[in-house]
Design a protein around this ligand. Sequence first.
Ligand code: DON
Length: 561
Amino acid sequence: MKRLFTLLLAIGLLACQQQVAEKKTGLMADSAMVVTAHPLASQTGVAILKKGGNAVDAAIAVQFALAVVFPAAGNIGGGGYMVVRMKDGSVATLDYREKAPAKATTDMYLDKNRDVIPNLSISGHLASGVPGSVDGMVEAHKKFGTLPWKDLVQPAIDLALKGFTLTSREANWFNESRADLIKYNSIKPEFLLKNNWKSGDTVKWIDLGHTLERIRDNGRAGFYEGKTADDIVSEMQRGKGLITHEDLKNYKSVWREPVTGIYKEYKIISMPPSSSGGVCLIQLLKCVEPYPMKSWGFNSAKTIHLMVEAERRVYADRTKYLGDPDFYKVPVKELLDDQYNDERMSTFNPDQATPSAQVKEGKIAGYESEETTHFSIVDSKGNAVSSTTTINGWFGSKVVVAGSGFFLNNEMDDFSAKPGVPNMFGVLGTKANRIEPQKRMLSAMSPTIVEKNGELFMVVGTPGGSTIITSVFQTILNVVEHGMSMQQAVDARRVHSQWLPDIVVPEERAISKSDSLALVKMGHKIVLRKNIGRVDAILVKGGKLEGGADHTRGDDTAAGY
Ligand code: DON
């Protein structure tokens, strides 16, 4: 009966035309390209490149510009990851993920019956980790920057203090979040100055502009010490949060060894833990590599079934084994091993879904046991940056640091508050990702760079919580298996699955009626969703750059020359 219902649901909901990606390419450029979630941030990046800055200089300027023009996700109150590939082929990855405050405890979101208290890790002061973005930008500049620091922060200051116009999406987002912003802020932030924001309104964020001036003039100390730090700590005291002056002073981002893996003639360079992104992405590619997806076709039942079966196994591993490597021994090498992934897929049945209840993490020998934004940049020399940054939920914890004018993250929700209880993205965790003081919460962010035959091929990433990994996975496959242009690969409808809950989640019009029926017959449960991810990517082809900007799902824009 249940099966019949699912079948009928699938027929009813999917009886619309499957999207056939239009034949088109994105913006083409000869020298350099910046693709971000906002036209003004993309223009800021291009201006820095034209001034002679490299891709990392542009990335720093974009990070600060996004904090102003796209405050729902762009940030100085959050954290992120950056993957850099310089023109000589050298690579580096920077982890500027937030950390749990020193006063955080494993059980901090549980009531006396040890049940998770709803919303405590999602909204309000207790939801925030210690921000990493400003330290991350300072570290990136120290290692790779070529233009003066001040020149990279100034464009964001100008946007904040001289003003810019709101897009209609942004105006709506502010209006829709109004009640939450009122609820979680005792001192009215500038974002609430108007009752009803409209597209084309000119806005100035004066407090944020002055905070950026302190960062411009004092670097790290402009955020982690002095007035900004005082404002953060006072904000914490007003809302019974945990972040202290000591936490801020102690925050350090970390350069880590990238994770790499080979898929056919492509080399994947991505983020290691504390993100699960790179490990899971490479595992997924290894799991599907032996199968002829190209002949099965884009989003056919066979292709989706294969991807979903790989995803179940990989997300089960994620739940068990992935966490902050500074606190938990993550078996990265073992998880990326070819034989291990072959073994994981040995139970794959091409005709039948494996119920997630029957899928556990793999055995590792000797082992004890919406909001985010991504940008991709390539400069005229061929240096590339792939960076994803976040305050986690839309407008983060909804708390604005009074006097300093920026949103704080709600990244603490990315920890596992209790084994077996899903977080806001429905993902589970165990000891590997339990809360511990000063630990980084596990991420799915997957800023990635792909090489082909040793040359730069693609720069790619997206927001989307747990769907990040599967969106990046599909975008790569869309180009390398399904022959799409970068823009088509970004526009193409996506399908997500993550082991638990045991469902397949396509965007509307992602799967044809007959393919959805075939999937339901195999035993998959299908639940539609409007949008998955906002991929911003760059493809190198024939000596030119193609920008793929996700402008159907957001304000994302490519700019290049
Ligand atoms: O780090 C993570 O995986 C999440 N905090 C990302 C959140 C996100 O992508 C929200 N955007 N839709």
